[in-house]
Design a protein. Structure first.
Length: 145
């Protein structure tokens, strides 16, 4: 008996019939769960450009990692260097500035400043979150506040 070849049109028809049955096996809970991944909590993004900014960023994130490992606030550290004034460092949370400082390049140890900054920001963001929980803005979206 001779083996027969499958007609390409029949193969395409079989494939089209099989795809819906494969697609229904995808777990919809996994797809719905991705809505909670809008923001990855606790990361700090480095947007510094000089050694001064990088030292501050390193000390800031080290302190935050060891003292607040479960912090849910994602932050971005920015820097604007100036030859005259030093470096302007600011930290943003949700595109809002929560901290700003000028750092003199003549200093060598930014550890104390970075630790105080981390403490202040964590306390401030906890207060803001508490206020958001108790405020009544049913008719406004977050970006309209």
């Amino acid at each position: 008996m001779k083996a027969s070849k499958l007609n390409p049109a029949c193969a395409l028809l079989l494939l089209l019939v099989a795809i819906p049955s494969i697609a229904t096996e995808i777990d919809t809970e996994v797809i719905d769960d991705t809505a909670s991944l809008d923001e990855i909590p606790g990361i700090v993004i480095d947007r510094t450009v000089t050694r001064v900014g990088r030292d501050f960023y390193r000390d800031f994130t080290n302190y935050r990692q060891f003292n607040n490992p479960n912090s849910r606030y994602s932050l971005t550290v920015f820097e604007r260097p100036s030859a005259r004034w030093g470096s302007l460092i600011w930290i943003e949370y949700r595109s809002r500035q929560v901290f700003k400082i000028f750092l003199n390049p003549g200093r060598t140890n930014y550890k104390e400043i970075a630790e105080q900054t981390a403490k202040q920001i964590e306390e401030k963001l906890n207060r803001v979150r508490l206020q958001e929980l108790f405020s009544d803005h049913i008719d406004l979206e977050r970006d309209e506040l």
